[in-house]
Design a protein around this ligand. Structure first.
Ligand SMILES: Nc1nc2c(ncn2[C@@H]2O[C@H](COP(=O)(O)OP(=O)(O)OP(=O)(O)O)[C@@H](O)[C@H]2O)c(=O)[nH]1
Ligand SMILES: [Mg+2]
Length: 460
């Protein structure tokens, strides 16, 4: 990527809105903007200070035609999102005017930006580190208030600070270790072997807490897929509707009503829950139903959690048994439905595979027991209570790097205790430092950064 090139893109979604924005960034941003912009008051945008705006028209430099009436905002390096000279042109929010503005800007000398290239440039110019840059996309994609809060904290630098502090401590220990390789006999100032060990233990403790919390963090960022399965007519669609609070899926007394899966997202205390109602599972000759059943089996594989619905009036039938055999008990809950009709069934046959906590009795029709089902889902996916203190890692890439660092710190600590030669300790400590640096971007290759930003929106 050539930072000498000036890039441009439409930054607002395609569709109809009041306003839309075309962004330009790079060394020639102002020049290009001046080429396409004309002010009725003869304002020269080259003379505007940063964060000043002007009203006028965009003309295509090749055809000379006016393409939209706009307000143009100037940002001068380094005080801009990318750290480069930037111009934002706010035009009317329709696809044709915005495309025409973009075309004028490209004809004026800019190149079309790649996905995430504005944020990539912000990272390359040191406006933010990699963890912060990744948070930008998380803010945009946030599914609940809780996921938004976590993304904003990361954008503000909470993850970066935690990583830098741990890295700093490891660097101090490494400096001590390296000095004692060079001067084995000397008393090294300010640091003893014992102190080095204490610092390593402290870092190990902090990293393992962060790794432990990260699974929970990821649930808030990405959400969880909960698939509702069971025989036909046990009340799966009624359960989906009850949890959603609206009549989304068709419900009838005819078995085999749901033919294709139905998906909806609900917000469970900040956890985005993707609920999937499926076609009832049974042996069938009906071609459409067979497709539905095949699809349900596929969905099962991709679920974080499976709710198996049983009908209390029918007990556990052979078909139920067959379904219960195909699902992973550690990722499942049994929901016994229709308790308004009858209270009990013999759960004995379930108990060798499911703990009593994973079996819930409900009436989807009358709304009984739903709170308990939701609480149990929350408990299963994020464990006890709300997020504790300390940093919350939400990103799988970060989680892996953090775990890599933790394992390296553990090895060095063990070596330290066993009195292995200091040059070997240095190897593990360096690895831990490098692993942490991948999160903030100090030690990450361009292929990985490219991969990360390629998933971004164009214009961000
Ligand atoms: N009494 C009672 N009836 C229920 C309850 N839940 C569902 N039903 C009834 O059971 C029948 C089937 O409900 P659905 O929700 O369509 O069942 P399903 O599991 O989605 O069925 P398929 O889509 O055919 O697989 C309907 O007549 C519902 O009104 C309940 O808690 N109590
Ligand atoms: Mg159904």
């Amino acid at each position: 990527m050539n930072l000498q090139e000036t890039i441009a893109a439409i930054a607002t979604p395609t569709g109809i809105g009041a306003l839309g924005i075309v962004r330009i960034s790079g060394p020639h941003a102002l020049e290009i903007a001046a080429r396409v912009f004309s002010s009725p008051h003869k304002k020269n945008i080259a003379n505007l200070a940063g964060y000043q705006a002007a009203y006028g028209f965009i003309k295509n430099p090749e055809t000379g035609h006016v393409v939209d009436e706009v307000v143009i905002l100037i940002m001068r390096k380094p005080h801009s999102y990318t750290g480069e000279d930037m111009v934002e042109i706010t035009g009317h929010g329709g696809p044709v005017p915005l495309k025409s503005i973009l075309e004028a800007v490209l004809d004026g000398g800019a190149r079309l930006a790649e996905p995430g290239e504005f944020t990539l440039r912000a990272f390359l110019h040191g406006r933010m580190d990699l963890a912060q840059a990744e948070a930008v996309q998380d803010v945009i994609m946030a599914k609940t208030q809780k996921s938004l809060n976590l993304a904003l904290q990361q954008l503000e630098g909470s993850v970066s600070r935690f990583i830098r502090e741990s890295r700093q401590k490891l660097m101090e220990v490494l400096a001590y270790v390296e000095a004692s390789i060079d001067f084995p006999e000397d008393e090294l100032d300010g640091f003893s072997r014992e102190e080095g060990k204490i610092v390593l233990q402290q870092v190990q403790e902090e990293l393992s807490q962060a790794v432990a919390a990260s699974q929970r963090g990821r649930v808030y960022r990405e959400g969880v897929r909960v698939t509702i399965v069971g025989r036909p007519n046990v009340g799966k669609s009624t359960l989906l509707n009850a949890l959603l609070g609206e009549d989304r899926a068709l419900v009838t007394e005819v078995p085999g009503t749901t033919r294709d899966s139905v998906e909806e997202i609900i917000n469970l205390k900040g956890i985005p829950l993707r609920l999937i109602d499926t076609a009832g599972l049974r042996e069938t000759e009906d071609q459409v139903e067979i497709l539905g059943v095949t699809r349900t089996r596929e969905l099962l594989k991709r679920s974080d959690l499976v709710l198996v619905v049983l009908d209390v009036t029918e007990g556990i039938t052979q078909d139920d048994e067959a379904i219960l055999q195909t699902i992973p008990p550690e990722r499942s809950m049994v929901v016994v439905n229709k308790i308004d009709l009858r209270k009990e069934i013999d759960t004995g046959p379930l108990l060798d595979r499911f703990s009593p906590d994973s079996i819930k009795f409900i009436s989807a029709l009358e709304g009984q027991g739903l709170e308990k089902v939701l609480a149990a889902i929350g408990h299963k996916v994020v464990g006890e209570g709300p997020a504790g203190e300390g940093v919350m890692i939400t990103n799988l890439r970060h989680e892996r790097a953090l775990d890599g660092a933790l394992q390296a710190v553990k090895r060095s600590l063990q070596g330290w205790q066993e009195g292995v030669p200091v040059d070997l300790l240095a190897v593990d400590i360096r690895e831990a430092i490098s692993s942490l640096g991948q999160i903030t971007g100090e030690t990450v290759g361009t292929d990985i950064t490219r991969e990360i930003f390629s998933r971004y929106c164009i214009g961000k």
